[in-house]
Design a protein around this ligand. Structure first.
Ligand SMILES: [Zn+2]
Length: 150
């Protein structure tokens, strides 16, 4: 699995600006992730610790995990805003997608259940969450195919 072949992003105008891994703390430093990170498509996930966001390069299809987490204890403690980007192998991408899918499906089921109860307001983000599950499933299936798993 130590195969370090990265044909896909070579010559890709977006990926060439993104390092293999980069971590920045934006609250107390001027360090920022490269702006190319904003051009990546968001596939799913919240981007918090333990729930990294799946992103995909629209040009070459390389997957990334993206983190944007912050802790702002009002006046107490140091606080932080962490951001990180990491390029993923297809195997790692599949792992992250499956993990994210589990969380997203769970959340959709939770809100669906709430919605069924009278008087519960349908959260406007439920449709977005459903769309996210669909997107994650599409990417998962494509990756499984690529990896010869299906
Ligand atoms: Zn790319």
């Amino acid at each position: 699995m130590a195969k370090k072949e990265r044909k896909a992003e070579k010559g890709c105008s977006i990926c060439k600006g993104i390092p293999e891994y980069k971590f920045v703390e934006t609250l107390h430093t001027d360090e920022r992730l490269p702006e190319e990170v904003d051009q990546l498509l968001v596939i799913g996930g919240y981007g918090l610790y333990g729930c990294e966001q799946v992103r995909k390069c629209p040009e070459c299809g390389t997957f990334y995990s993206f983190l944007h987490d912050h802790d702002s204890e009002s006046g107490v403690g140091y606080g932080y805003t962490d951001e990180a980007i990491q390029r993923l192998t297809p195997e790692k991408a599949l792992d992250l997608i499956e993990k994210t899918l589990k969380t997203s499906k769970h959340d959709v089921a939770y809100w669906d259940e709430k919605r069924k109860k009278k008087g519960e307001i349908i959260p406007p983000f439920l449709d977005k969450m459903r769309a996210e599950v669909g997107l994650l499933e599409t990417e998962r299936d494509a990756l499984r195919k690529t990896l010869g798993l299906s």
